[in-house]
Every structure is written in C-alpha cells, then in structure tokens.
Design a protein around this ligand. Structure first.
Ligand SMILES: [Zn+2]
Ligand SMILES: [Zn+2]
Length: 79
C-alpha cells in the first residue's frame, strides 16, 4: 500500500540513524520526536514527559533531522 500523504519517500529505506553528538563529541540524548508527538496527542504533557522514550539516535535523512528511536525509524521508513 502506498500512501501519498507520507514524506517517507524522501528517506532511503536503510537504518542510517546516527548518534547525535555535541561539539565535544558527547552523545546527546533526547526524546524521540515521533514517540513524543504520538504520546502527547493522547496524553497530557506531564505524561508525555514521563513516557517519552529517550534516544541518542536521529535520522539525518528526514527533514529537520528529527531525534528518532529505532522503532519509529522502522515504522516510519518501512511503510
Ligand atoms: Zn520513537
Ligand atoms: Zn528519515
């Protein structure tokens, strides 16, 4: 099934996430943008903060290079 309202086509279907690092080379852990959006659409902001998955990885191919856990990467890019 192809969905026309998805922007997944801009990303190659490979697991090419990278650890996000700061200028010192230290890993930066942030909440997965996709998990956070999904949770906060169903839950309060407080719950979203509690439940949001923290990840070091992001997708360098997606627009805006969003922080992204592996599960979300796979579900977004393998549609
Ligand atoms: Zn996620
Ligand atoms: Zn991507």
């Amino acid at each position: 099934l192809l969905s026309s309202d998805s922007d997944a086509s801009v990303c190659p279907l490979v697991f090419e996430t990278l650890d996000r690092v700061n200028e010192d080379g230290k890993k930066i852990r942030r909440k997965c943008t996709n998990c956070n959006t999904r949770i906060s659409s169903n839950k309060s902001r407080k719950d979203a903060r509690k439940l949001g998955k923290q990840t070091y990885t992001y997708c360098g191919n997606c627009p805006g290079q969003p922080q992204m856990c592996r599960e979300c990467f796979e579900s977004i890019h393998n549609k």
